[in-house]
Design a protein around this ligand. Structure first.
Ligand code: FAD
Length: 509
């Protein structure tokens, strides 16, 4: 189909240079010293959700004050009846050894005189979050990248975007088709891991960077795989809205530290909705803010840090204070405008506890996967844990299975990409539509309206041999939007982060 398609092959191909993809590649390089491994990132080293993670990783490291049973119980409670308990147990129990692995690779988690400085976050019954100040993700990614760059068998390639899974005539996944401004390249592989992260860019407000356009989810859909639990999108209640720039997460730990949500009249309004006020759980606070925004004339709420000790604040939250100042906000004098923003996709491509999918040859790990750990809501800091543990398990699972030659099989031709007229306008329209009709609070009428709009935009896409990267992002987001809407319509009950007001009237119960 495409005149400029080039071919190359490797043993193990990884799409995604976040915590899941990078740690998978390092494990594979350890387990299979002969294997040629290629890791692709759609952007630069900073373009991943992992890079922006602030709080840290949850794992049971202090058996005097914590236990696997308690971590399992907290995870199941957050997941509101929809977790797979056996998977929760496996992932939680492997947490400590993956934390030791990170430390072995060179990560210095914050420590105090007694040992690791374990933080406690919302929903956790014990201090169990390992962290590096408020830039845990950046520190973990830096350590992994440093090791990868020194490894002769791993080739890390930035600005390489996968646009289709390569499928052989037998139905096996044989690698990825890459798309760049210069054309296409088929990168064939014996094994392919999708670790492409989430899809926060589906929404007008999001804590996720621009690369989070649900590409892995869309690649799976285009290859005929089914996605699971797509209705369950966790919104973070306090994201600083930066019109024209990247929205910026204000960690939950700030409210634990004393920050208070206020409306335009400077009222501590969350007590109207819940006895825990600003300290209620993420989903309750997000719904409280939604209700407040609907009843305030200028539709704004703020996070107030003015009363806090500014010196301690700057020491404990250096990245956040720096970003506020960069945006021209003085936290001692001004309240910070915030809104609930799309933060984490609990659903994804279903996999077993070895990261294997329904498509032979294709593995998944991290936010793009649905393992059953999170159920209807993710417990804070459990996602980095899942990414690290599942990357290890997926790498291990290839042990007896490295003999496939991807060049022996003929490929099925992938369909042509689509071009959308006025692509940028359509993207911002889709993001606003999703925020209003498929956001924190949904109902059947809004979902059906969103469904027909999404179908309408999809129908306007025309097949073309060459279309832009913006077309690809829009096409992917539309496919993911369709799956989110469909799953939201199919759910009979509200659980966790999914709230349909036609199923239940009080949004903060
Ligand atoms: C602001 C913020 C704070 C967070 N804080 C925490 C926290 O404290 N603790 C916690 O546990 N979780 C936290 N999370 C969630 C957590 O960071 C993510 O769930 C996790 O990092 C996902 O890792 P990943 O490796 O699966 O994906 P990502 O880290 O998102 O990496 C995805 C990678 O895939 C690449 N990619 C995407 N599409 C393509 C394509 N088509 N072709 C090639 N490459 C592609 C991207 O460029 C990127 O390199 C936070 C998330 C955000 C956004």
């Amino acid at each position: 189909m495409e005149a400029s398609t080039k071919e190359e092959s490797c043993d193990i191909l990884v799409a995604g240079a976040g915590v899941a993809g990078l740690s998978f590649a390092l494990h594979c390089a350890d387990f299979y010293p002969q294997a040629k491994i290629v890791v692709l990132s759609k952007g630069s080293a900073e373009d991943s959700n992992s890079f922006y993670a602030q709080g840290g990783v949850a794992a049971v490291m202090d058996s005097n004050h914590d236990s696997f049973e308690d971590h399992i119980k907290d995870t199941l409670q957050a997941g509101d009846g929809l977790c797979d308990e056996a998977v929760v147990r496996e992932i939680v129990e492997e947490g400590p050894s993956q934390m030791r692995q990170l430390m072995y690779w060179g990560l210095d988690f914050d420590a105090n005189a007694k040992g690791l400085d374990l933080a406690r976050e919302g929903g956790h019954s014990a201090h169990r979050v390992l962290h590096v100040k408020d830039h845990s993700g950046r520190s973990i990614v830096s350590v992994l990248l440093h090791r990868i760059e020194q490894h002769p068998n791993i080739s890390l390639r930035y600005h390489q975007q996968a646009d289709r899974l390569l499928i052989g005539k037998s139905g096996r996944c044989l690698g990825l088709r890459l798309r760049s401004s210069n054309g296409y390249q088929n990168l064939k592989a014996s094994w392919t891991l999708l670790a492409t992260g989430g899809a926060g860019q589906l929404y007008r407000y999001t804590s996720n960077p621009e690369v989070a356009t649900g590409d892995g989810l869309a690649l799976a859909l285009k290859a005929g795989l089914e996605l699971k639990k797509m209705a369950y999108i966790q919104f973070h209640p306090t994201v600083m809205i930066n019109n024209g720039g990247r929205d910026f997460l204000l960690s939950e730990a700030l409210r634990g530290f004393g920050a208070i949500l206020r409306n335009d009249a400077e009222e501590d309004f969350m007590f109207k909705y819940h006895p825990s006020g600003s300290l209620a759980t993420r989903d309750i606070v997000s719904r409280g803010i939604y209700a407040e925004l609907a009843s305030t004339p200028n539709r704004k709420v703020y996070l107030d840090l003015r009363h806090l000790d500014q010196e301690v604040l700057a020491h404990r939250f250096p990245t956040i204070v720096k970003e506020l100042k960069k945006q021209g906000l003085n936290p001692e004098l001004q309240m910070v405008p915030v809104a609930p923003a799309a933060h984490y996709f609990c659903g994804g491509i279903p996999s077993d506890v070895q990261g294997r999918t329904a498509l032979e040859g294709l593995l998944v790990a991290g936010e793009v996967a649905y393992t059953g750990l999170h159920g209807a809501n993710r417990l804070a800091s459990n996602s980095l844990l899942e990414a690290l543990v599942m990357a290890h398990k997926a790498a291990l699972s290839l042990k007896d299975d490295m003999q496939v030659d991807p060049n022996q099989e003929e490929l099925v031709n992938p369909e042509a990409p689509r071009h959308f007229p006025m692509v940028d306008t359509k993207l911002s329209y889709l993001q606003q539509l999703m925020f209003e009709k498929v956001g924190v609070i949904r109902d059947e009428e809004g979902l059906r309206a969103a469904q027909s709009e999404v179908d309408f935009i999809l129908r306007q896409g025309v097949e073309r041999e060459q279309s832009s990267l913006a077309d690809l992002a829009l096409e992917n987001l539309l496919l993911v939007a369709k799956a989110v809407i469909q799953d939201s319509l199919e759910q009979d009950e509200n659980h966790g982060v999914l709230f349909r007001s036609d199923r239940q009237s009080n949004p903060v119960l």
